[in-house]
Design a protein. Structure first.
Length: 317
């Protein structure tokens, strides 16, 4: 099982010293059976007056920083080391009644899944629903695994990935019309398509490991979305639970994917957001760098993830 490290740095620069309001930081991965956090550290410059950790409504781990004074730069650096266990694609178990679509969720799960089954973006002409139903057979049925895999790889094959630093996510109908978008656009398109078929889906934000392929390897095989945060989808399936699908790269399962946050819609998974106090023209730029690397063994540096109660905070570098 690979040992992966993540270095995530976000820097805001200003023309003159500005004040900072509260900032919420969503960088720390979720511990689970398939990804075990080994070490973590968070450095913030200027050093915040206070830093506390909370679990949001989805159980994501959020750092809340409050500041005093002014500065011309705000830098947040997160370093993570974790053990990652890839799962074979399409190896997840399914309840017999869910092997073929359409299927029904258990009565006791329906109330908890209700908001994840609701469509939340406009589709006035029904284009997204029609696109989703295009993966079904003439009788409106399909093998469940094949249906979701085809949708995932179909986006990878038929849509052009393009990075976009501007905030926000395209409406799925617009992504479908343009046939291009970012990872978060593709994730939302698949979420709304899955929901149009009555299944529960949610948005995942995190990181993707991009292996160093040899030069002769086809460039088209390389993962897109590296160098920044990444987004993909989880679909809830009876007995299998929440299963990952990355439509940007055609990945079914968790291979090379590091979960940080799961939410109902993309606006709830912004990695870093807050306010600053100054003139509009004071803002210069924002830069984000993410580097995910693989280790041959467990690194000895860093702060143990579970041993040190002060791990969320250390001196800024």
């Amino acid at each position: 099982m690979p040992i992966l490290s993540v270095d995530h740095v976000t820097t805001y620069r200003y023309r003159r010293p500005v004040g900072f309001g509260e900032h919420r930081i969503l960088f720390r991965p979720r511990d689970s059976y398939d990804q075990r956090l080994i070490a973590a550290s968070l450095a913030i410059s200027p050093e915040p007056e206070s830093l506390r950790w909370v679990h949001d409504v989805f159980g994501n781990c959020v750092a809340v920083a409050r500041f005093r004074g002014r500065a011309q730069e705000l830098r947040v650096t997160c370093r993570i080391t974790l053990e990652h266990t890839p799962e074979p694609p399409l190896a997840f178990a399914l309840a017999p009644q869910a092997a073929h679509y359409p299927f029904a969720y258990d009565d006791d799960e329906v109330p908890d899944l209700a908001r994840y089954r609701e469509r939340q973006r406009p589709d006035p002409a029904g284009a997204v629903r029609a696109w989703a139903r295009g993966f079904l057979g003439p009788d409106g049925s399909a093998e469940t695994r094949a249906l979701l895999a085809a949708m995932t790889t179909g986006i990878r094959r038929d849509f052009a990935y393009e990075a976009r630093i501007e905030k926000g996510v395209q409406d799925p109908a617009e992504t479908l019309r343009l046939r291009r978008g970012t990872c978060r656009d593709f994730a939302l398109l698949m979420i709304e398509a899955v929901r149009a078929l009555g299944m529960a889906a949610r948005f995942v934000s995190g990181y993707i490991y991009v292996p160093d392929y040899p030069p002769e390897r086809d460039a088209a095989a390389r993962h897109a979305g590296g160098g920044s945060t990444h987004a993909w989808v989880q679909v809830y399936l009876p007995e299998a639970g929440w299963v990952e699908f990355d439509p940007t790269n055609g990945i079914v399962g968790n291979r090379d994917l590091i979960r940080v946050a799961v939410t109902r819609h993309p606006g709830q998974a912004v990695p870093l957001h807050g306010s600053w106090i100054g003139r509009p023209e004071d803002f210069l730029d924002m830069a984000v760098t993410v580097r995910v690397s693989e280790h041959d063994g467990v690194p000895t540096d860093g702060v143990p993830a579970n041993d040190d109660p002060a791990l969320p905070r250390r001196a800024a570098e």
